[in-house]
Ligand binder design. Sequence first.
Ligand code: SF4
Length: 309
Amino acid sequence: MCGIWKSPKTTELSLEEWKSVIIKLKEWLGPFRVQLAGGEIFIRDDIFDLITFAAENNVLAGVVSNGTMLEGEKAERLIDTGLGYFDVSLDGINPETHDYIRGTKGVHEKALSVIRRVNELRKRKGSNLVMYAPVIVCGYNMNELIALVHFVENEGLDAVMFNPLGPACDADTRWWEKSDLWPKKADLDKLNRIIDRLISMKMEGARIINSVDQLHAMKAYFVDPSLRSADNCMVGMTNFLLSADGNIHLCFKMPPIGNHADTFAEVWALKRAQEVRMRIKGCTYECSPGNLPYRRNLAQEIRRYLSFK
Ligand code: SF4
């Protein structure tokens, strides 16, 4: 699901350095929201201290996890950190489906047990923690998408979030042609019908966080993933990213614009940052294409091309 483990190891910032990043951001922005992401974020045991520190400083933290490293008392520790959002990936209702997609036996059981434990604890403790179940939609799990919505509702989670299968960090162009998870042509009609059913469920009030437009866009995307979206990528326009080694990026596929030791407000306004934003506006790669609300037609494509001449 994630190719980051293939990258060369970097030296990660220490807990104290991350705390100072939080403080610097807060001094610049006031209260803000931070998404802590991996790889798998709970590989770091001091992540609990960092989330607690963020919450104590009025910074709302969210995490996405595969749910495999939160056994025993760690679930309780997590609730007590003051975390705002906790997403555990769930790619199938059947253990075999989830384990196959994730490439490891037994991970479905672990993810389910963490979801249930944290959910039970948040109710018992009256916590405001929001819990979503992100699902990667692909050919391999398409028959389980409806059941996943029912699961989320029966368990009392806040919502399910569907993300179409996209390229891994190290993917080739036309990666979908080599992916065994990509839906087969013969299955596309069925997948369309399933997504239509999700749209009806959403309109009837089911706990699906995607917009109806996103779900429609997903259908077009699975028919032709090479289609470009109508909107430019917006990454780096209102957020920025810090990599594990403390470099500041606007997009992880583009060179860093600064470092955690710099003054963030100055880095944000650098000419270098503006140049990267122009490259982002012209980017045709599209990391999560099926999530964009609609696709570009030819006239839009020409207008967009001319705007970057
Ligand atoms: S779509 Fe392009 S600019 Fe946006 S995050 Fe992906 S690679 Fe970066």
